[in-house]
Write a protein that binds this ligand. Structure first.
Ligand SMILES: [Zn+2]
Length: 246
C-alpha cells in the first residue's frame, strides 16, 4: 500500500491532520488493527477506526445478528438479522470508508487459529463478551508482544485497559476465572461509550499522539457519570505474564 495520502484522503482526514499532522495520519494508514467481536463494543470501535483511516481492519465474529442485538450493535440493522456479524460489519465499514482495507473472519478465534488471522496486526482490540476467547487473545498478545486494548460492559457500567505485554498487568492478572455466561442487561449507549474509548486509545497509540492508559483500569459508571482510574500491579503468580517462567 502506498503510504502517501491522496487528495481525497487529505480531505477526509483534514480535522485529524490538524491535530497530529500528515505523519500521524500516515501512521494510521500503514497500521493493521485486529478487532475481536462485532457486537456493541466492536461496532463503536470499528466505526471510528474505519472513519479515522486505519489502513487495514480485520474484524472477527462467528455469531449471527439477532433482533436483541440491535439496541447497541450499530454496525448491523434489521435487514442483517440472521447474517454473520463479521460479514455484516465488513459491508457497513466498506460503505463508510472505501479507502481502507476491511477483512472479516467468521470463524471463532482459538489458540490454534489466531496467529493465522492476527499475525500481521499491530494492535489487538478485545471487544468480546466471553472470557474464553478473551483469555486466548490475552495469551496471544503476551506471547507475541502485541498491545491489547481491553473493553467490557454490563448494564450502565464499563471498563477499559491498555495492556502492554511485558510492561503492564494482563487480563489473567485482573480476572482469575470466567464469570457465569448468560444474557446480561445493557443500555445501548454503554458499549458506545467504552467502544469509543477503545478507538481513542487505538488512534493515539497508532498515530503517536498523547499517551495511553498505563497499568490502569479505567472504569465508568453511567448511572452517576463517573470515571475512575485504578492502578493495578501485575500478579506475581500470573500464569500468563509473570516474568520468571518455571
Ligand atoms: Zn498476568
Amino acid at each position: 500500500m502506498k503510504m502517501n495520502l491522496s487528495v481525497t484522503e487529505k480531505k477526509i482526514y483534514k480535522r485529524q491532520i490538524m491535530l497530529f499532522g500528515e505523519k500521524g495520519q500516515k501512521n494510521l494508514k500503514k497500521s493493521t488493527v485486529f478487532i475481536v467481536g462485532a457486537g456493541g463494543l466492536g461496532s463503536a470501535a470499528a466505526f471510528y477506526l474505519a472513519g479515522g483511516g486505519v489502513g487495514r481492519i480485520i474484524i472477527v465474529d462467528s455469531d449471527k445478528v439477532e433482533l436483541s442485538n440491535l439496541n447497541r450493535q450499530i454496525l448491523h440493522g434489521f435487514r442483517r438479522v440472521g447474517k454473520n456479524k463479521a460479514l455484516s460489519a465488513q459491508t457497513t465499514l466498506r460503505a463508510l470508508n472505501g479507502n481502507i482495507k476491511i477483512e472479516s473472519v467468521t470463524e471463532r478465534i482459538t489458540a490454534a487459529n489466531i496467529d493465522k488471522y492476527a499475525g500481521k496486526a499491530d494492535l489487538l482490540l478485545d471487544c468480546l463478551d466471553n472470557f474464553e476467547t478473551r483469555f486466548v487473545l490475552n495469551e496471544y498478545a503476551f506471547k507475541n508482544k502485541k498491545p491489547l486494548i481491553f473493553g467490557a460492559i454490563f448494564g450502565y457500567f464499563g471498563q477499559i485497559a491498555f495492556i502492554r505485554p511485558g510492561k503492564s498487568f494482563c487480563l489473567a492478572c485482573l480476572f482469575e476465572g470466567s464469570p457465569a455466561k448468560g444474557v446480561f442487561p445493557v443500555v445501548g449507549a454503554t458499549p458506545g461509550v467504552i467502544g469509543s474509548l477503545q478507538a481513542m486509545e487505538a488512534i493515539k497509540y497508532l498515530s503517536g499522539a498523547g499517551s495511553n492508559l498505563n497499568s490502569e483500569l479505567l472504569t465508568w459508571n453511567g448511572l452517576k457519570q463517573e470515571f475512575r482510574k485504578v492502578k493495578f500491579k501485575r500478579n506475581s503468580h500470573c500464569k500468563v505474564c509473570r516474568k520468571e517462567k518455571k
